[in-house]
Design a binder for this molecule. Structure first.
Ligand code: EPU
Length: 319
């Protein structure tokens, strides 16, 4: 850490605690495994849960000034946390202040970055907002889904986004219209550095009487997912689909279902999932990613790229 006035993580934590409101939490050595769906990995040197935008801005400004790295944590469903943890201030928008769901007069809805997609869908169903059903089974929150342009059942998060309010690494808030953002398959360039605060979403239509029909659509998606994806802890699909093909099919055809390293296993249900069969380490998962990638390259000549983020790290150094 290149800081003149904060020499240790304890000092960084103390300095942050002294500047944020008492409603915000700043904790040392917080285990991240339990905050991820794959359930592996070590601790955050510091975990900060700001209680609102002012405290988030303070944390960003203090850490930027001191050269302390910061990383966002969403619902932890698309992450692999290294066994050694992360040398950073991890920011989680878990405080209720970030869980806003506020329908607007024009039919759109303003949602906080910390709102879980599952809750968004439940609230939208009650409000008769059609078009968010595909988000229900994605185990993420709004901020993470924007960051990754999460998708399922043929839909993408940005299909329903109108605008996104963000905060820069320097703690300055601004709003982007969707057309100003650079969005792609499982990627949003602006959110690689800026942090999503909230989004305005546009439903396909507002139909207050249709909540039963919305529920039926959600159930149909849920059934499809239950039949095609594993139930064990995982980080969702581990590789991106190569253009025009399916990573799951390629891995399956390479005969890798059930391939295992330590507690990590290529799912026998869907080959693009690595599941934690109990006691998996990040090192097990990384070794299995490397093996699967090498075998698919050998068998099919296709280089698969990880979709799951190596938290605080860089896959290129591991593969
Ligand atoms: N397939 C196999 N063997 C397998 C898995 C799949 O042959 O082990 C075949 C299927 O039979 C199907 C094709 O591959 O013909 C595609 O499979 P699937 O319909 O399951 O879709 P996918 O492309 O593997 C994508 C997303 C999922 C999303 C599903 C459902 C990616 C990498 N994956 O999976 O997203 O839930 O569609 O909409 O884009 C995620 O991103 O983490 C994720 C789970």
């Amino acid at each position: 850490m290149s800081t003149a006035f904060m020499r240790s993580w304890d000092e960084v934590a103390a300095a942050l605690r002294a500047t944020v409101s008492p409603e915000s939490a700043v904790r040392r050595e917080e285990i991240l495994a339990t905050r991820t769906t794959l359930r592996v990995g070590g601790a955050a040197r510091i975990l900060a849960e700001p209680a609102g935008e002012a405290d988030l801005a303070t944390i960003l400004q203090r850490t930027a000034a001191a050269g302390v790295p910061v990383i966002m944590l969403g619902r932890g469903s698309n992450l692999l946390v290294p066994d050694a943890g992360v040398d950073a201030v991890v920011i989680s928008l878990g405080h209720p202040a970030w869980q806003r769901f506020a329908p607007e007069a024009d039919g759109r809805v303003r949602v906080g970055a910390g709102l879980r997609l599952k809750n968004l869908c439940g609230l939208a169903t009650k409000a008769g907002l059609v078009g968010f059903e595909f988000l229900e089974g994605i185990p993420g929150n709004v901020g993470g889904a924007l960051r990754m342009n999460a998708g399922a059942m043929g839909g993408w998060m940005f299909d329903v986004v109108d605008e996104v309010r963000v905060m820069s690494r320097e703690g300055i808030a601004r709003t982007y219209a969707k057309a100003e953002m650079h969005v792609d398959y499982r990627h949003c360039a602006e959110l690689e550095t800026a942090i999503a605060l909230e989004a305005v979403l546009r439903p396909a239509r507002v139909a207050p009487g249709e909540d039963e029909a919305i529920r039926r659509q959600i159930d149909a998606y849920r059934d499809k997912r239950h039949h095609s994806q594993p139930r064990e802890p995982s980080a969702g699909c581990i590789f991106k689909n190569p253009t025009g093909d399916s990573a799951g099919r390629l891995i399956d055809q390479a005969g890798l279902k059930g391939e295992r390293i330590g507690g990590a296993e290529v799912s026998t249900v869907h080959a693009n999932f690595i599941v934690n069969r109990g006691g998996a380490t990040a090192a097990d998962v990384i070794a299995l990613v490397r093996r699967v990638r090498a075998r698919v390259q050998e068998a099919r000549g296709v280089t698969l790229e990880p979709e799951v983020l190596l938290y605080g790290g860089d896959w290129r150094k591991e593969l």
